[in-house]
Write a protein that binds this ligand. Structure first.
Ligand code: SF4
Length: 708
């Protein structure tokens, strides 16, 4: 029996795993006791990973050879890699020649490895010269990115998982880590079980649902959906007018406090409580616990991010940490929990329309020139500026401006909001390329080319988890059939394009390009930046195990310990953004706030977790959850078939009565696709976006719920 250490490919906790195999077959998986993210623990998804790589799944549910369609709607036919690469390169050249580089867009994924991101970024921006490369991380963490950058000067979560054990007060807001980040939550549970070691530790959970995380809380603030900014401004008001802010820290280390103070003047705790639908006394309790704790830590995720006010919610939370100096010390800080396994690595490698490698800004010509030089581009070449973010990319395709979409490791025909527009976009494109490991995703039906990609247990590279920890991903088996590593698929097309598009210039891609060389190129882009890993080597990662960035002389477990932030003057910024209600207003025609949530045992669109029958035991089928009182008022009973309709469409599914919901809220888990519901749950979800982050408001739609 052989053992290979790697990393779980699901959530951003980034647990280390030990893959048990014989070189031909993966027989088991267990938690890596040496990995600092999980110390041997795994959740239900992680412990079942080997079932997603069973011989049956690899032989019958994977894409095994390149395939193409002669015409839309026709059958897929197998192709050799040579033919696929030749024809794909020729089509990209034709579209670029006829319509310009901006007619080509890339939609990639937070599940790709950092090295895959590097390859895609070089192909898109460096070879084709299109600005349009964005990731499904746009749906996940882009509000957190914007919040950190606006408030602290860089997209850098300042905390570590050990802060969960060191905090005296933990505020969980817009997150249900008990289900979405289970191993981190086990750590929180364990810390609280030893309460004697931290007398007085408090847990506050802010969520319209009484989740399993909320069940553990000392205080659950079951607020009106979408009112987080009102709550956070109310807490700050309470502190300011009770003298609970740290005036010395504010004066010495921050800018912008007076404007924020003027903004929150009207947000008295009484008014905030009224808008949020909370008891004022509970708001005061939360205010006192957070402000007076020696260390206050915030854990947050999609409840703050997936919102038309996503950046306002993030900055309002960071304001609280700055006002009380709850940052840069043990057990303190605003800590975004990453949804995907390598959304962080994608941000570091600049695989998004609003980011360049090394956390650089594509809107800044000087920073574009730095990247061009680091990539070895000729002095005559420039990199494109900011491109379309995810939804804008598909809107551009629906308008007929974007002619080619190369989609990798994600399933937009299920996961993006406003599915009618997504279908129109995919149908209108002249070329849709799908690079994917699993067969039969919803997007496959629109693809002209389907390229089989390697999956977990078959790839080499790195990922970065929520606490900035870079871990190695390792292959135990060769990919099945003719599937290939994502970076290699990109490289082989790039090698055909470069002589045509950059004749006579030093190539960006080498024929011997591989994970290590791509990682070394990535490392060079970080030198002198906030995420500098110049002191780290591939060999050290292999030898010493996962490491947190920045890593110059050694790893860094906590940022801003010297209270110097990443702005040129070293001072953090208070951001004064007003509270705004969700984009869609409730009305007699659509009186329910439709939320979306995660299930404990499923992940994203189920393309991997959906292959494991035991993971359906917890929740076997899609159901709409509604409070019994709301159901009774409509004459609905548990199990009734209901029609959930929003401004965009409708889905039919059974009703589940659930007292954990706030009155007036309904909950539809995000995972269910077209194989369970016609067009899947995103037929009804909202596409309104945060103006700063362009993250869509997947968490709130105005909906009607009726008996069928
Ligand atoms: Fe995988 Fe996340 Fe579960 Fe860890 S907590 S085993 S990373 S799904």
């Amino acid at each position: 029996m052989l053992e290979t250490k790697s990393t779980c490919p699901y959530c951003g906790v980034g647990c280390g795993v030990v893959i048990e195999h014989d070189g031909q077959q993966i027989t088991g998986v267990r938690g890596d006791p040496d990995h600092p993210a999980n110390f041997g623990r795994l959740c239900s998804k992680g412990i079942n990973l080997h079932h997603t790589a069973s011989p049956l799944v690899r032989q019958t549910q994977r894409l095994l050879t390149p395939q193409w369609r002669a015409a839309r709607g026709g059958a897929l036919r197998p192709s050799s890699w040579d033919m696929a690469n030749e024809r794909l390169a020729a089509e990209l050249l034709r579209i670029r020649r006829q319509h310009g580089p901006e007619a080509i867009g890339f939609y990639i994924s937070g599940q790709l490895l950092t090295e895959d991101y590097c390859a895609f970024n070089k192909l898109a921006r460096g070879v084709i010269k299109t600005p349009h490369i964005d990731s499904n991380s746009r749906l996940c963490m882009s509000s957190a990115v914007a919040g950190y950058k606006q408030s602290l000067g860089a997209d850098a979560p300042p905390c570590s998982y050990e802060d969960v054990e060191q905090a005296e007060c933990i505020l969980v807001i817009g997150a249900n880590p008990a289900w979405a980040h289970p191993v981190l939550f086990r750590r929180l549970e364990a810390a609280r079980a030893h309460r004697a070691g931290r007398p007085g530790q408090k847990l506050i959970v802010v969520d319209p649902r009484r989740t399993e995380s909320a069940e553990l809380a000392d205080l659950h603030l079951q607020l009106q959906p979408g009112t987080d900014v009102a709550l956070l401004h109310g807490l700050l008001h309470a502190w300011i007018w009770n003298g609970w802010v740290d005036q010395d820290f504010i004066a010495a280390r921050t800018e912008g406090f007076d404007a924020l103070k003027a903004l929150v003047r009207e947000w008295t705790p009484a008014r905030a409580a009224q808008v949020c639908g909370l008891r004022e006394v509970d708001l005061w309790t939360a205010a006192e616990w957070f402000a007076r704790a020696a260390g206050s830590l915030s854990l947050y995720c999609q409840g703050l991010n997936q919102s038309s006010s996503g950046t306002a919610k993030n900055t309002a939370l960071i304001n609280l940490h700055l006002a009380t100096a709850q940052i840069g010390k043990p057990g303190a800080g605003p800590f975004s929990l990453t949804g995907q396994p390598n959304a962080m690595g994608g941000r570091e490698a600049g695989g998004m329309a609003t980011l360049l490698p090394g956390h650089r800004d594509p809107a800044d010509p000087a920073q574009r020139a730095e990247v061009a030089a680091l990539w070895g581009l000729d002095a005559s070449e420039t990199l494109p500026g900011p491109g379309h973010t995810a939804l804008a990319l598909f809107e551009g395709a629906a308008r007929g401006e974007v002619k080619a979409l190369w989609i990798a490791c994600t399933n937009p025909a299920q996961s993006l909001p406003d599915q009618a527009l997504v279908r129109q976009a995919l149908q209108r494109c002249e070329l849709v390329v799908l690079q994917e490991a699993f067969a039969g995703t919803a997007t496959e039906a629109y693809a002209d080319w389907v390229l089989p990609a390697a999956s977990w247990g078959e790839k080499e590279g790195t990922v970065t988890n929520s606490e900035r920890r870079i871990s190695r991903v390792r292959a135990a088996l060769a990919p099945p059939g003719e599937a290939r590593a994502d970076w290699r698929i990109v490289r082989d097309v790039a090698l055909r394009l470069e002589p045509q598009l950059r004749p006579g210039l030093a190539p960006l891609f080498r024929a011997d390009e591989g994970p290590e060389s791509l990682w070394l190129q990535h490392r060079e882009t970080t030198r002198g930046r906030d995420l500098d890993i110049g002191g780290l080597s591939w060999a050290a990662l292999d030898r010493d195990g996962p490491q947190q960035w920045p890593f110059v002389q050694g790893p860094t477990n906590r940022l801003y310990t010297d209270a110097r932030f990443v702005f040129p003057d070293g001072r953090a910024r208070f951001i004064a953004k007003p509270y705004q209600a969700p984009a869609e207003r409730l009305s007699p025609q659509r009186p329910f706030a439709l939320l979306s949530s995660r299930l404990r045992d499923q992940w994203h669109g189920m393309s991997r977790s959906g292959r494991v029958p035991t993971l359906f035991a917890h929740t076997p089928q899609p159901k709409l959850r509604l409070h019994p009182q709301d159901a009774a008022r409509r004459g609905l009973a548990d199990g009734d078939l209901v029609r959930v309709s929003t401004a965009r469409g409708a889905v039919l599914l059974p009703l589940q009565l659930d007292r954990s919901l706030r009155l007036g809220a309904a909950d539809l888990p995000m995972h269910w696709g077209p194989e369970f519901l016609r067009h899947g749950v995103n037929e009804v979800s909202a596409a309104a976006r945060c103006p700063d982050s362009q993250q869509p408001e997947l968490k709130f739609s105005a909906a009607q719920i009726e008996a069928v």
